[in-house]
Design a protein around this ligand. Structure first.
Ligand SMILES: [Zn+2]
Length: 159
């Protein structure tokens, strides 16, 4: 029998974060207002801190043809790859603003985004730390985003 252990840190609120991480989460919370989410009313903001100290944002972009919509995380990863090609992502903070309800719970990347985060992690040879939180309240910290997708499919499976 094999076992996969998944660990993450739970903080009561953002005040226990380092100042760098707290600022990144604040930017992710602010970025939710730039989402285009007229259908779900669920605005997501994802902000990356790159190895060079720069930050870059992504927000979810919906479409009347629903499957065309793109999550904030993949908008962000595409932007980093296009505008900061070759620069690794150190940390990504993700927040959500649910216009139809509460926004007190951390939001976690969907399955497709977990796959994209894994690919980025492999490309950059460096784990991506995740900071997950709503507009207020509890914060989850994961030291390696790829832990969200155990027994994953990667290029190594096609050799
Ligand atoms: Zn997603």
């Amino acid at each position: 029998m094999k076992e996969i252990v998944f660990q993450y840190q739970v903080l009561e609120n953002a005040s226990a974060l380092s100042s760098e991480d707290a600022q990144l989460l604040q930017k992710a919370r602010a970025a939710t207002s730039k989402a285009y989410a007229p259908y779900s009313q669920f605005q997501v903001g994802a902000v990356a801190m790159l190895n060079n100290g720069e930050t870059i944002e992504g927000t979810n972009q919906e479409n009347a043809s629903y499957p065309v919509g793109i999550c904030a995380e993949r908008v962000l990863l595409s932007a980093v790859s296009s505008f900061y090609n070759g620069i690794a992502i150190k940390t990504i903070a993700i927040s959500c603003h649910n216009l139809k309800g509460e926004s007190k719970n951390p939001v976690s990347p969907c399955g497709i985004c977990r796959q994209s985060l894994l690919e980025q992690t492999i490309r950059q040879h460096q784990p991506i730390k995740l900071i997950l939180s709503g507009m207020e309240g509890v914060v989850y910290i994961l030291e390696d985003a790829s832990a969200l997708l155990p027994l994953s499919f990667t290029a190594a499976d096609m050799k």
